[in-house]
Design a protein around this ligand. Structure first.
Ligand SMILES: *Cc1c(COP(=O)(O)O)cnc(C)c1O
Length: 395
């Protein structure tokens, strides 16, 4: 992999793939479960370097490895491991650092399924202790540290209200106490935020969002030092078995070629629409880290070089009939979960949170009925604004 060039070039250039005898311009998909060897000795050699050897696709596969190389390049990490989903990557990373009875520090507004993993599995099954912190106060985190704290798990910006954590300060604090740090970096993307360079040990992304970008694959990735990723490969990756399929890896590779261009447009569109909503009389508050009026705009500018297209806003009304009117009137904004694809989406976190989360968790996350989450796609921004204007006129 050529390291000195710009990211865009590294993501487009596949001339370093020498695996194909025909000079195919697009790397072939190795849709194989296993790979064969000439001899006993050759098999022995492969097993002695199992972290890198292509033996069985639950461990390694050439197509998956090639895509992992691009993801590592993008994040500025030594090595990446591609999983079958973002949650597979989250679970593998967290389980790697936590042992029975360990203490975990995390932020209140983490992604719902991650909160459920902690509450319904790690706490009752492994006796893990957990402290939730707001994340925007270093002293609060320092105070939460116990002798058995083994992991600080971050998500910056966090889900729903998009509050930030100071990655550099927190990683320094963690190093002082010999505590590992992991971040869910899905929102900012590896293009706009580089946690590894700020001292975070392990970076995670759901590739189902912007990295895939077309709402047609589920995937997840962990990126970090070679030794850490090798360790996770041999344990949580191979043994829990949530390996990426070669076909999905190849679709992700294709998506990565247009990733920087797509992000530019997501960001432009989101900024315009966030500003439009921020100035609208029927909107109470907009939570978008790219806005000049955003509470943590200073920190956002310090540790991110750009912003993605997912944000939320609160309608002034808390009348459910009017809220539903607004939601159901939208046409270009399709109604559904997830985000980060080419298409604009709207979702009300209260819909699933009231079913999946406890009232306390909803309160901690600051979720109310009037909270609307939008994923701004690649449509023309004027058309999206017209759709929103029409729906807001309805309440
Ligand atoms: C979607 C998402 C995940 C989980 O990813 P999947 O690919 O859906 O398993 C984790 N964190 C955040 C912030 C997400 O939005």
């Amino acid at each position: 992999m050529i390291k000195k060039q710009h990211i865009e070039t590294g993501l487009v250039f596949d001339g370093d793939d020498k695996s194909d005898p025909y000079g195919a311009v697009v790397p072939p998909v190795y849709q194989n479960s296993l790979f064969t060897f000439d001899s006993w000795e050759a098999l022995e050699r492969a097993f002695s370097d199992k972290e890198n050897s292509v033996i069985y696709t639950r461990g390694n596969n050439p197509t998956v490895q090639y895509t992992e190389g691009k993801l590592a390049l993008l994040a500025g990490g030594e090595k990446a491991k591609l999983f079958s989903s973002g949650m597979a990557a989250v679970s593998a990373g967290i389980l790697h650092f936590l042992s029975q009875g360990d203490h975990l520090i995390t932020v209140s507004n983490i992604y719902g399924p991650t909160a459920t993993l902690i509450r319904n599995m790690l706490v009752p099954k492994m006796g893990v202790e957990v402290t939730y912190v707001s994340g925007n106060c270093l002293e609060e985190i320092a105070k939460a540290i116990r002798p058995n704290t083994s992991l600080i798990y971050l998500e910056s910006p966090s889900s729903v209200i998009f509050s930030l954590q100071d990655l550099k300060q927190i990683s320094l604090l963690a190093k002082e106490h010999d505590i590992a740090t992991m971040i869910d970096n899905t929102w900012a993307t590896p293009l706009y935020q580089k946690p590894l360079a700020l001292g975070i040990d392990l970076e995670m992304h759901s590739c189902s969002k912007y990295l895939g970008g077309h709402s047609d694959i589920i995937g997840g990735v962990l990126i970090g030092s070679q030794s850490l990723i090798n360790n996770i490969s041999m344990k949580e990756y191979e043994l829990l078995g949530a390996a990426s399929s070669p076909n999905d890896a190849s679709m992700l590779l294709r998506s990565l070629r247009t990733f920087p261009i797509r992000m530019e447009r997501h960001q432009q569109n989101a900024m315009r629409i966030a500003e439009f909503l921020d100035n609208h009389e029927k909107v109470a508050e907009v939570f978008y880290p790219g806005l000049a009026s955003f509470k943590q705009a200073l920190l956002a500018g310090q540790q991110m070089t750009g912003f993605s297209g997912l944000f939320s806003f609160k309608l002034k009304t808390d009348n459910l009939v009017l809220i539903k009117n607004f939601f159901n009137t939208l046409k270009l904004f399709q109604k559904g979960v997830s985000w980060g694809g080419h298409e604009s989406l709207i979702y009300a976190p209260a819909i699933s949170c009231s079913v999946e989360q406890t009232p306390e968790h909803m309160k901690r996350m600051g979720i109310s009925l009037s909270n609307m989450r939008v994923s701004i796609g690649l449509e023309n921004a004027d058309d999206l604004i017209a759709d929103l204007t029409n729906a807001l006129d309805n309440i």
